[in-house]
Write a protein that binds this ligand. Sequence first.
Ligand SMILES: [Zn+2]
Length: 242
Amino acid sequence: MFVRHRSQGYVLKRENVNEADQVFSIYTKDFGEIRVLAKASRRLNSKLRSFIQVLTLVEIEFVQGKTIKTLTDAVLIERFSSIKKNLLKLRLTYNFGRTFNSLVKIQETDDNLWRLLDRFFHILDLEKEDANKLEILYYYFFWNLLDVLGYRPELKSCTSCRQKPLPDKFFWISHQGGLVCKNCVNKVKTKVDKIDIQTLKILRIILDYDWKVSRRLKIDPEIRRGLKIISKKYFNHIYEKR
Ligand SMILES: [Zn+2]
């Protein structure tokens, strides 16, 4: 007899396999990130089909086989209909889910990760449909995810000489973990990015304060570009390392 396990979880990814099966990547409260096989879930009369969908909160039951976990039951807890109705919210949720999925290791249970994901879905679902606030919300959770995973960047002093950089020019080196000052930047041979003071200030607020404070931030297109570049480069660096 196989033991049945139950847990709540966020469904982050779905892949079609075989003729009518699907594999779901679910971040669960009690087992961390798991991949479960839903047998015949693509058939129209499948009971699982109606209860398990991506970007929802579900209660699942599964059995652990020799190598794979098989889904035996699923109950929908929250659909997050406001996310599903808004294209930008939906896009940001897909992006966040993908980032989360690619950085969190299989079966790494962590209460902080669970809380972060739980807050992401609930806050985004309730947030007004204001593009500026939604973008900030995405970056808030993106950078706090990196922080929870142990990749909080250095934003106050130079990662080479440990001095506080002069407020005229700031540089960024992802593989050094953040900021580099004007003096040290000439000594490194790798590719260096510039980071402007506004982008830096936003990152500091996002990582030092809670969402209530961060949601009051405004970002103009220039800063959004800077934030996007730094976020992407830092993500790539961490992704390669893991
Ligand atoms: Zn320095």
